[in-house]
Every structure is written in C-alpha cells, then in structure tokens.
Unconditional design. Sequence first.
Length: 136
Amino acid sequence: MSTFARVVADTSVLVSRLILPQSLPAQVLRQVEVDALLLFSESTMDELADILSRPKFDCYISRNDRRGFLQRLGKIAEFIPIVQLVRECRDPRDDKFLDVALNGQADLIITGDTDLLALHPWRGVMILSPAQCLQH
C-alpha cells in the first residue's frame, strides 16, 4: 500500500476491522493506524457507534470490546469539523464520507461501497477498496 497521510474509512470497513481481525479491511486499517491519520466527523463516528451498539454483534464481540474500539479510535483519529457539505454520491447516505474527505483534506477513502467506488478518483482523493489499497 502506498503511503497516504490522511485517510477516511467507511463504516463497513471499520466494522470488518473489529469483527474480522484477519480480513483485508483489518490488514489495511492496521497499516493506516501506523502510517497515516484516520479522519472522522461527528456524523461518521455516530454512525459507527450506532451500528456497533446493535445486539446482532453480541455473538461476535463483547459490548465492552466494542466500546473500547470506539474509545481507541477517538484517541488516534482526527475529528474534522464539517464546514462544506457535499452532495455528489448517488447514495446520499454516503455523502458524509465525502464531507470528511473534503473538509479534512484526505488523500484516500477506503470503502467497499460501490456508490463511493464509482466516484474514484474524486476531487484528487483516491477511493479504493481494501484489496485495491493492498495492491496500491
């Protein structure tokens, strides 16, 4: 994976990182955590917290471990205030990741979401799947 300084990861990539520690998203995000700065907004962190609070994850990982994951992310990530809003993704629910990328001057968005991947490259920001990141 090339070195990217400022990275946005979508919610599904972050959930995979936690739930499936040997997965491609986990491998990529471990590298990002060492080599780059992970960017969040209040909206993207709230979505992650909401999803991880769902009971369906109880059989995979304890609530305590999920809370610990969120706390650790909160300590290592940079929170980006959203000043400019973006309305460019064909799925408007994904615009929040573009908001973070634009306002946080991201180099890369890591996602498996086809609606985001279809925008690659977007305003100078690479949008890659975890597999593409490992090859890049």
